[in-house]
Design a protein around this ligand. Sequence first.
Ligand SMILES: Cc1cc2nc3c(=O)[nH]c(=O)nc-3n(C[C@H](O)[C@H](O)[C@H](O)COP(=O)(O)O)c2cc1C
Length: 302
Amino acid sequence: MRRLAQAFGAAMTVTEMLDAEYYAGGNPEAALRSQGSGIDPHVVQIAGCRPDRMGEAAKLAEAAGAAMIDINMGCPAKRVTGGAAGSALMRDLDLAVSLIRAVIAAVKIPVSLKMRLGWDAATINAPELARRAEGEGIAMLTVHGRTRCQFYDGKADWAAIREVRRASSLPLVANGDCASLADARTMLAASGADAVMVGRAAVGRPWFVGEVARDLAGRPKASPSAAERGSAALEHYRTLLSLFGMEQGLRHARKHLSAYALKSESPDAAALRDKLVRSENPREVESLLLHLFEIERPAEAA
Ligand SMILES: Cc1cc2nc3c(=O)[nH]c(=O)nc-3n(C[C@H](O)[C@H](O)[C@H](O)COP(=O)(O)O)c2cc1C
């Protein structure tokens, strides 16, 4: 996903969050997520609540070729906040700062921070965390314009991100609900941020971020052809199977296959989606993807 998004023009991609405990403890899936071959810049995101483990995880990511470490203080999942990591850190800024300090001290590369607006509507403290993070030497901030208690409900508040802009002069990335070129422009204007980050709207559409980048740079719209989109989806599917193996790879692939189908322009999208997420036969999935993007299967070598 990261390689595809960058190939289509995303300026930067970030790994899924790596649990510092697992990663520093040698967990193979965390190590796989930290890889960045063919990705430049390679940014590894870590999450945790123990400064020593966060420092170790950051060192490992740096050794794995990361150009920047991103600290997650935005994840709302109970599994993560229950362990006082992710957005739970916005309830304990002293602990948040000690994690930031440990990570910055552990590595030579820049360290960025992702956060939400606060824990809940009564405790909007992103500006305060931003100020303190800047004082510690954080290099870039990303703010998802929701509180933790909102999870993914309602609409991201892009104007509220402007308070972080006022509190800090760091490069600022606005995030939450960017689903169109117009959204990206409105987000920048409302928040005063320097960049936008796209999450869900890029699933099943890894070329979307490049389209946003081109539009914001004032370059002409240039969407990939159906053949380019189809071969990206095929490459994505094949890579997931080869990285994770058949069983786990299929599980990972399903959500992407579903999104490729639902976001396609195919009149058969719904029926193809059902077949794509049910099939355990890679040849069948590949044929369905070719059908979805209406491209001819290349002639087999004799
Ligand atoms: C299934 C799922 C997994 C996510 N995993 C991460 C993650 O590992 N690290 C992170 O910083 N944000 C994660 N996010 C949050 C997104 O990066 C983003 O902040 C949020 O979805 C809002 O942006 P969007 O509306 O563009 O998706 C995740 C979101 C979803 C829905």
